[in-house]
Each structure stands twice: as C-alpha cells, then as structure tokens.
Design a protein around this ligand. Structure first.
Ligand SMILES: Nc1nc2c(ncn2[C@@H]2O[C@H](COP(=O)(O)OP(=O)(O)OP(=O)(O)O)[C@@H](O)[C@H]2O)c(=O)[nH]1
Ligand SMILES: [Mg+2]
Length: 192
C-alpha cells in the first residue's frame, strides 16, 4: 500500500490521477477528499487521504476530527504501508511553515513527516505546484532544513513535481517503483 498525505488542497488527488490515470475526486477548494479512497495502480493499492489543516466551510472541530482519523488510519495500517508520499504545496509551504514557527508551533507538515518516520514508514516528499515556484532549489533546501533532512539526502527524499501540468510525473513514478522493488527484493532476500 502507498498512501498520499498532506495538507488540504496541495494536490494529492491531482497527483494520484496524474500518476495512475485512475479517477479520483479533485477540486478547487480545500476539503474535497473526505475519506481515504483506494485505487489500484499496477499491483499496488494507492490511498488518497483527506487533507489535514484548513478546509473550506468546515468547522475547526471537524478539521481536528479529520486529522485524528488520518492519524488513526495510518497507525492501524502501518504494517501494510510500504511508502508514504507526503505532498506539499511548494509555493505555500515555506510561508505557512514560517508563520507556524513564529507562533511557536510545530508546522503540521513537519509534524507529519516526523510522525511517519517514528512509525518507520518510508516517506517521499512530493513538492507540488512547482509551476508556481520561483526559486526551486532554494525552496527545497529550505524545506529540507525544516524537515531535518541532511543535505546529502535531499534528492532521495524530495521530488519536485507539477501534478496539474504533468511535470516530473514520470520521474516520481520511477522513483516510487524503484523504491518498492528494492523493498520487496530486500524482503525476499532477508527471508532466504
Ligand atoms: N498550479 C497548480 N495547481 C495544482 C497543481 N496540482 C494541483 N493543483 C490544483 O490544486 C487544487 C487542489 O487539488 P486536489 O488534487 O483536489 O488537492 P487535494 O490535496 O487532494 O485536496 P483535498 O482533497 O481537499 O485534501 C486544484 O485546483 C488543482 O487543480 C499543480 O501542480 N499546479
Ligand atoms: Mg483530495
């Protein structure tokens, strides 16, 4: 199982559609995907998760509930989750992270990245909407620092894409499959 997680409106569903060609509901406002949605991609399950954080027309208590449900889903399925793709909006994320830190709070994306790591779930960070990003390299370096990813591992962890304009989608797909194949090879060799 591969899960796609991230804040609302970052383009998780659009990215899944671009990668798999499978129809999933997408939309202009945050809060489109409300429950985990499964599609098949080759021989794997791909799960489109609801977004956490702000949702259009949804009260704050309900937003918190959705976040709790996401956490619960991940904890309950941790054994089956081979890979998580944390999707972030390359344009908005640095501004949001800055704002949360100024308030003395841990940014939600950083918190989720750490949460996945604590559960031992390998995670790729898809930096989406790069069509709107001016200085991509600087953005990714900034994010790596905030996520605690060492400089030498940046290219392993962060994958810039534009789901809407189909940029770097094949590159991300290859990266995902290379990882999954490496994992299953490792698993079979460790049992023999
Ligand atoms: N400019 C730009 N817009 C994008 C890109 N990817 C997605 N979008 C837009 O972002 C909006 C949200 O897309 P969704 O795929 O529904 O986002 P989501 O993360 O699934 O949102 P929730 O289900 O609400 O959590 C849509 O208007 C998309 O067209 C991108 O690469 N560039
Ligand atoms: Mg969605």
């Amino acid at each position: 199982m591969i899960i796609f997680v991230g804040r609302s409106n970052v383009g998780k569903s659009t990215l899944i559609f671009a990668l798999t060609g499978k129809w999933v509901k997408r939309g202009k406002r945050p809060g489109v995907t409300r429950k985990p949605v499964e599609v098949n991609w080759r021989n794997r399950k791909v799960v489109d998760m609801p977004g956490f954080g702000f949702m259009s027309g949804v009260p704050k208590t309900k937003q918190e509930k959705v976040k709790d449900e996401i956490v619960k889903f991940i904890e309950e399925n941790a054994e089956d989750i081979e890979l998580a793709v944390l999707v972030i909006d390359g344009k908005a994320a640095p501004e949001i992270i800055e704002r949360w830190e100024k308030r003395g709070e841990i940014p939600i994306d950083v918190e989720f990245f750490e949460f996945l790591r604590e559960l031992g779930i390998p995670t790729l960070v898809a930096v989406n909407k790069i069509d709107k990003v001016r200085n991509l390299r600087a953005t990714i370096t900034y994010l790596a620092e905030k996520f605690g990813v060492p400089y030498s591992q940046i290219d392993e962890v962060f994958v810039p894409v534009s789901a809407k304009f189909g940029k770097n989608i094949n590159f991300l797909a290859k990266k995902i499959w290379k990882f999954l194949e490496g994992e299953s090879a490792q698993r079979s060799s460790s049992t023999t």
